[in-house]
Design a protein around this ligand. Structure first.
Ligand code: THU
Length: 135
């Protein structure tokens, strides 16, 4: 990812993180996704008193991207605290896969916007099952 693009994505992810509803885990997450039109779409985690009903930040960002009329994810930034890089959970890796090529960059940043890990969908979800797998 080029510096200008990632800078804007990091800002969007950090801003989204500030909207997190995470009273149960107290683990706020923000996600920003770039689409095929170069637009940014963001989401935050939204927890629920019925714990399994909570939504990840990535799911919110995907919903925003699709709702905006876009259909492809070309880059992802996830912003969170914690002891190390906050990589997308398994379910979110699969959700991203629906709209992204394996080479899609996924960057994890801390609450200051520092990049902790620069990875890719292929690295996080190897040998994945996607729309093309259906034949
Ligand atoms: N969470 C995300 O939103 N994205 C991730 O990549 C990892 C985890 C959320 C789910 C839950 O609200 C909280 O972080 C703690 O697991």
């Amino acid at each position: 990812m080029d510096d200008v693009a990632i800078g804007a994505m990091i800002e969007a992810a950090l801003t989204a993180r500030r909207h997190a509803h995470a009273p149960y885990s107290r683990f706020a997450v923000g996600a920003a996704m770039r689409c095929e039109r170069g637009l940014l779409h963001a989401g935050c985690n939204v927890e629920n008193a019925a714990y399994p009903e909570g939504l990840c930040a990535e799911a919110g960002a995907i919903a925003a991207l699709i709702m905006a009329g876009s259909r492809r994810i070309t880059a992802v930034v996830v912003a969170a605290g914690g002891s190390g890089p906050c990589t997308p959970c398994g379910g979110c890796r699969q959700k991203i896969r629906e709209f992204a090529d394996p080479g899609t960059p996924i960057h994890m940043v801390d609450p200051n916007g520092q990049v902790l890990l620069a990875s890719s969908l292929a690295e996080l979800l190897p040998r994945s099952f996607g729309p093309d797998s259906l034949g």
